[in-house]
Write a protein that binds this ligand. Structure first.
Ligand code: FAD
Length: 486
């Protein structure tokens, strides 16, 4: 039976930590504390304001260093919007709003039209597109028949050919409305689901749908989620289910006028106990029945607080280093892999700035680590000279990583080749991104092993690793963990 008076510690004030607090409140728990090491909430949703010129007048606009977009399948994020009172724009953007339009370019700068049969027409292109269309249809059907049960958050049971989790509602039946009584758990057995442990390229080959990778690659690999020869299919298809993938193709996406960070700033303000900022958790000890959390504040001083339960929303491989991790925890968390995603915000030489976002698909291969894969022009209507964000990946299983410095230099060179020479960088970072496990560890039941540890030593694991490294999956994972264990 839940004891609503329990004192609960939440590590991390990102989407996962704040949604955990919101769902705890919804269940009647009010005795919680969120520790956040930075001086802001939102984690990888950070949306600084930069000065831009609009009709000759200087004004401030939000830019994105991290999360940008959502889609109709973002049910848990919708609940966060509702709680905080701050809502997305789109999919139909009005003048003055940020937008999600984009183009494809060759690395030489030439505009490409890979999905438009009439432009640069050739028989080969037409036949290729017809094949792609056929395989998209086939995949959609397979996901609803052979792979029934794939469309829930998280990975419970998949390695054993089972499924259990909150429905993603990709069939339109699930949503954060009172009528649908979200969360709607789905559960069952389907031995075919074991195929979801395979790297996505192998899964496509097995099912005769190799061409679909052409659609999935841009919103997956360029967004830093890894390469198809290494990433388990479950991560690809649970994030980019066919509905969401088509939202990308048709540009039916959401974004937030003042940035994704504001979703979390608004939620934080409404919480009974907003996150304690500039408070880093540096040690966790869990003697019998208690959780002792040592925090370091702004002044550098440390103090230890006692709790009944702990929710970890931060990287578990790092948690194992500052907590009294058990052998099981150490062993399991050592298997976590993360992507090294690099981005910067830059302005370009006068009159030589991209006027729309763009994909550089030729650079979305492991041989091109550190190369610019995508650039994001958020304020297209402001015309030339508006800052743009550029992104690259620095790692791939089986290939030596590239350094941060190499990636920065290579991205600059790529932008010159495409025709956008960089004048000034306003911000640059490398991010611990999309924690996951290898196809082998996935098939070996890694996620079920993690599930078996939930609640041991009064500790609950949430955050990106549970389902996927995006806002929706992290918030939904909190909903699931709070729903089932609190
Ligand atoms: C470039 C980029 C683009 C992205 N694009 C999208 C997108 O378009 N759509 C989308 O849905 N998602 C996107 N994401 C992913 C999304 O931002 C993340 O999945 C999401 O922020 C994860 O939330 P989280 O709370 O699990 O982790 P985080 O956002 O990483 O938050 C963790 C928090 O914990 C804090 N913390 C860490 N250690 C400690 C400690 N010891 N003590 C106290 N606090 C600690 C950190 O400071 C941080 O604030 C993008 C991310 C990046 C970087």
């Amino acid at each position: 039976m839940s004891d609503l008076k329990q004192r609960i510690c939440i590590i991390g004030g990102g989407p996962a930590g704040l949604s955990a607090a919101m769902y705890l409140e919804k269940k009647g728990y009010e005795n919680y504390v969120i520790y956040e090491k930075l001086n802001k909430v939102g984690g990888k949703c950070w949306s600084p304001k930069l000065k831009v010129k609009h009709n000759g007048v200087e004004e401030e606009r939000s830019f994105e260093t991290g999360a940008i977009m959502g889609a109709i399948t973002y049910h848990a994020v919708s609940e966060m919007e509702e709680f905080g009172g701050y809502y997305h724009k789109g999919p139909d953007f009005k003048p003055g709003e940020p937008n999600m339009r984009r183009e494809f370019r060759k690395t030489t700068g030439e505009i490409d039209h890979p999905f438009e049969p009439k432009i640069d027409f050739s028989m080969k292109k037409l036949l290729g597109l017809l094949k792609l269309k056929k395989q998209m249809k086939k995949l959609n059907k397979l996901m609803q028949t052979k792979y029934v049960g794939y469309d829930c958050y998280g990975h419970l049971g998949v390695a054993k050919g089972e499924y259990f989790g909150i429905s993603k509602g990709v069939d339109g039946h699930c949503g954060a409305t009172p009528e649908t009584s979200f969360p709607n758990y789905i559960k069952g057995k389907n031995p075919n689901l074991k195929d979801l442990a395979l790297p996505f390229s192998e899964f496509c080959k097995l099912n005769g749908v190799e061409e679909v990778q052409r659609i999935w690659i841009a919103p997956f690999t360029s967004f830093g989620y890894g390469f198809f020869d290494e990433i388990p299919t479950a991560l690809v298809m649970k994030y980019l289910d066919v509905t969401t993938a088509l939202e990308f193709v048709n540009m039916q996406l959401w974004t937030w006028q003042d940035g994704t960070q504001q979703i979390y700033e608004h939620v934080n303000k409404k919480l009974k106990h907003p996150a304690l900022l500039e408070t880093e958790v540096v040690k966790v000890e869990r003697p019998e029945g208690k959780v002792l959390v040592t925090i370091k504040g702004k002044d550098g001083k440390q103090k230890t607080e006692e709790f009944d339960r702990l929710i970890v929303t931060t990287p578990l491989d790092l948690f194992a280093k500052y907590a009294d991790a058990t052998e099981e925890e150490k062993n399991l968390f050592s298997k976590i892999i993360h992507e090294r995603y690099i981005d910067y915000i830059a302005t370009f030489d006068e009159g030589k700035s991209p006027v729309i976002s763009g994909y550089l698909v030729e650079n979305m291969v492991p041989e091109k680590l550190g190369h610019a894969m995508v650039y994001y022009n958020r304020w297209q209507h402001l015309g030339n000279d508006c800052p743009v964000t550029v992104y690259a990946l620095a790692n791939h299983t089986g290939t030596p990583d590239v350094t941060y410095e190499f990636a920065q230099k290579t991205m600059d060179e790529d932008m010159v080749k495409v025709g956008f020479p960089i004048k000034e960088k306003h911000f640059a970072q490398e991010v611990y991104y999309c924690p996951h496990v290898s196809a082998k560890d996935y098939a070996d039941g890694w996620y079920d092993k993690l599930e078996a540890l939930q609640g041991n030593k009064n500790t609950f694991y949430a955050g990106e690793i549970i389902s996927f490294g995006d806002m929706e999956d992290t918030c939904a994972a909190s909903k699931d963990i709070i729903g089932r264990f609190f």
